[in-house]
Design a protein around this ligand. Structure first.
Ligand SMILES: [Zn+2]
Length: 160
């Protein structure tokens, strides 16, 4: 089972825009009203990327349901880093701009492109310094015991 954040995104109290409050006192990208909540989205995304890599061999899990803008942005970042490792482009900044240009955002979500790029760059700062991400280190490591609980035995059905 892929791992979803317990965070759906932040809805601006002033204008209703949905965005990711990934920094403290994050201003709404539409009206600048400061959010009163905060999600450590970058660190949570890095943790989930590592767990998914161990579970599935990729950052993007076998299936991913986007039930919120937080899921949407994370799903794009997982795919982006899988593509990055596949292609190894020299310039990460240009690479993500190119990848994000291909995303078709729903109406009222265009501001998420800038947010996703901002978050991806912050993830990349950690990624390039963290030896866990090098090569197959994550796949080779023993599975974190907490992840075992995510793969329950399939239910048994009686035959009638
Ligand atoms: Zn707003």
């Amino acid at each position: 089972m892929p791992i979803h954040l317990n965070y759906q995104g932040t809805t601006c109290k002033n204008c209703g825009t949905e965005f990711i409050a990934h920094k403290e006192n994050h201003p709404c990208p539409n009206c600048e009203e400061v959010a009163d909540e905060f999600c450590d989205f970058v660190m949570s995304t890095v943790a989930t990327m590592k767990d998914h890599k161990q579970l599935y061999g990729n950052y993007f899990p076998e299936s991913w349901f986007s039930g919120s803008i937080a899921d949407l942005v994370q799903g794009i970042i997982f795919e982006l880093f899988d593509n990055f490792e596949g292609q190894r482009p020299k310039n990460f900044d240009d690479f993500i701009s190119g990848q994000l240009a291909e995303v078709e955002w729903e109406e009222g979500q265009a501001h998420l492109a800038g947010q996703t790029k901002d978050i991806a760059l912050m993830v990349f700062e950690i990624y390039r310094k963290d030896v866990d991400f090098r090569g197959d280190n994550l796949k080779a490591r023993p599975l974190n015991p907490k992840l075992n609980n995510l793969n329950p035995e399939p239910p048994q059905f009686d035959n009638f």
